[in-house]
Design a binder for this molecule. Sequence first.
Ligand code: SAH
Length: 342
Amino acid sequence: MNLKSLTQPELADILKELGQPGFRAKQLYTWLHKGVRSYDEMTNLPKALRDVLSEKYPINAPLAVRKQESSRDGTIKYLWELADGNCVETVLMRYHYGNTVCISTEVGCRMGCAFCASTLGGLVRRLEPNEMLDQVLFTQIDSGLPVSHIVLMGIGEPLDNFDNVMRFLELVNSPDGMNISMRHISLSTCGLVPKIDELAKRKLQISLAISLHGPNDEIRNKIMPVNKAYPIDELLAACRRYYDATSRRIHFEYAMIDGVNDSEANARELLRRLKGLPAHVNMIPLNHVEESPLKPSSKAAVAKFQKILEDGGVTATVRRTLGGDIDASCGQLRRKYTKGKI
Ligand code: SAH
């Protein structure tokens, strides 16, 4: 068990068993969430307690096995090695509204999307809450840049690791921890409908992003196997329920893939589907993945698609690609590293 995955009341229970007073929980929690690497740094804890804790609950920190910095836009990508030797990626992006960290939620992914590098080797395992927290914490510490925003858009499907992700959100949001506002956190899913409903029940103020990538079942079935389990109508109905429960506008991600989902007819169909749903479409120029035959759409196709959506009354933005020179899109760095190419 890792103490960094526990809430303050849970830490208090452990400390109580060790005969410690209640106020120690806050002290310990605060130190852990500062990213200390050793109990010796916890100077306000008695030495005897520090010795017991380090014996029973060693502190581990991920190791940056690769760090790449974009010379174009300052984006930094980390490849972290976890305690068991597995690796995950974290990306720090410098937006005008604040430094944003994109974290991984699983080692690999089992969703099988045709365009995504993260899923090529399948799912290895899910990340623990402390492993998600450490990505934010140590990216901030290593870069020296304060992190104000988080997106769960790295390797893995966050809703396929539901309980650990919920616990991570609670930890990273806590006032004695990193204290990152829920409103500054986005969670992206490929469309696991029952989990979207479960998330809606929590009524968190996070932003929900849906990887849509197609206006109908025919296209989604081709590139996203998850659509066979949860077809587009069911997905959009769940988005409506999510909006009704939280009043949070839904973000739809739409990777523009040449000849697959980028025609004017596709844009008009998307417009019809999204009618009446408070939505924002975030168009992403496809990042080419070595193993995939899919190609990014032309600039002209992207512009036309965007205009059709905007003219129809749906806000559509084209995501600026950051870190294009450092393999900063999902799963590419981990894949090269594990294949021994870098
Ligand atoms: N599993 C989650 C979150 C991880 S991916 C999800 O599916 O939403 C984050 C976003 O990047 C998703 O919208 C995903 O579809 C998109 N993405 C993956 N590979 C991509 C690529 N090669 N080019 C552009 N976007 C990609």
